[in-house]
Design a protein around this ligand. Sequence first.
Ligand code: HEC
Ligand code: HEC
Ligand code: HEC
Length: 468
Amino acid sequence: MKCMKCFKVFVVLGILAALSIPVANLLMPQPRSAKLDAATKGDPLFAKVADILQNKCSHCHTEDAGLPFYAKAPLVSTLIQKDVDSGLKHLNMTTDLAPGGKTLSEPALAKIEYSIAQNAMPPMQYVAMHWNTTLSGSDETAIKKWIGLTRAEHYADAALPDDLKKAVIRPLPLKHSQNAVKAALGKKLFNDKRLSKDNTISCASCHAMDKGGTDQEAVSTGVNKQKGPINSPTVFNAMYNVKQFWDGRAKDLQDQAAGPVENPIEMAEKWDNVIVKLKADTAFNAEFKVAYPDGLSKKNVTHAIAVFEETLITPNCKFDKFLAGDTKSLNQAEQAGWRLFQLNACATCHCGAAMGGQSFELMGRKKNYFTQSGRELTKEDNGLSNFTKNESDKHKFKVPTLRNIAITFPYFHDAGAKDLETAVKVMADVQSGRSLSQPQIDNVVAFLKTLTGELEGKTLVPTTKPAE
Ligand code: HEC
Ligand code: HEC
Ligand code: HEC
């Protein structure tokens, strides 16, 4: 009898103890992230959702909000620290910012939108301890509205209709506003073999207009038939990349264009020699001075090439027409593929007008691609960390654009996938943590094939097939 009473007291005490944390959490002021406050202050739209993000997400998705008070208890702290570390690794609201820093990057927005659609955040165990952190219907509406308006204001092409401006993937603009005279000079230079030491290699050797802006080879071949260490990405729509190269080591197209000329494996020439060779061509020299009165120089040549590359936008693919309202432009399988693409989180990284190019992401996020591959790793496999020297950036790569993906084979920085089917299978596995059925893979591949656009008004056509 006496023991029964003890037991009851223990149960009541136990329940009270268990309840004390969530109850105290309701009463205690929750820590705020000063960094997130600073970031949201710069942008009135961002500020509108600042309180929701501070109260419900900042513990795990900012660097400085700190842990809740009870996390100091030994066992609790390890449990919660794990969530915080993993949360911050997946989304850091104080660093995943737009260029200029005013608001979140497009992939960060896409990821938040996806997590809301999946009802995934905040995690259940956190909500159990923090009763007022579930996202209410009105929170969700406010966040979704903010995401749409942020895309429209910070990222979308001004010529698009309002509803399309708010979408996770947007059609490419039909027109560009680049200086035609400079672009024409840039085009000549892009095809000019005098940029290489033995006058055998031009930019177009590795970025051919009839091969989707790539060379369709596993690795590129430079002067003296030297093989490079990494797959050549497309120059089409490269102007949408936040940075250039797989590891982001060039800040923009002009900065990038300076690189290949002096790269010993690619063009192996000195810029001074290039300028001497070009100046000796009196006709070209005169033509160049019309657009650039201070004449031929490394700075002006790389500028002209960058202006040309900014004209290499490939709009009007079947999917863009579908987005713009022509629902018949995609057949059943292609539309099913588009749905699978969204459901499997593909659009959280492959987002924006170019369907990529906006962030550096782990290869892979859910599973380690490199231990799976079984081959010996190279320096190139380090990706972003080669440039930033941050260990946490190891194996991160710039998300490639998926525009014209049917013709830019083989795939991945290491050309590890020779065809689209393999690339989709690997992506679903290592990035989304899903295993797709064969019919699902076929549908996603069918969808990806609708992303082949037009260059200068002509639809790009695959001239060759991936090697068997
Ligand atoms: C208790 C910590 C915690 C809180 C609070 C929390 N998250 Fe998370 N979040 C995580 C963890 C852990 C992951 C990684 C889940 C996984 O492994 O996929 C994550 C992942 C995410 C991702 C996925 C990023 C990606 O890689 O695709 C998004 C987006 C996200 N959280 C948004 C939010 C939002 C919005 C809130 C507030 C409403 C929130 N989270 C609150 C811990 C948290
Ligand atoms: C020998 C082959 C070769 C030549 C010649 C070459 N490239 Fe590349 N290009 C590559 C490879 C390989 C990469 C990827 C390198 C990396 O990321 O480390 C690349 C990357 C790029 C990128 C970055 C695209 C992205 O998505 O990050 C651009 C833009 C580019 N090249 C333009 C040019 C221009 C302009 C020239 C001429 C000045 C040129 N390339 C000459 C092979 C070549
Ligand atoms: C977490 C971000 C992320 C997600 C989610 C993601 N990808 Fe990727 N994707 C990448 C990165 C990074 C690469 C480049 C990896 C490399 O080269 O090592 C890539 C490469 C690709 C490529 C090859 C592109 C090329 O030119 O080489 C295809 C195709 C692709 N992804 C399709 C998909 C599909 C389909 C899904 C959904 C099942 C998906 N991705 C989900 C980040 C992501």
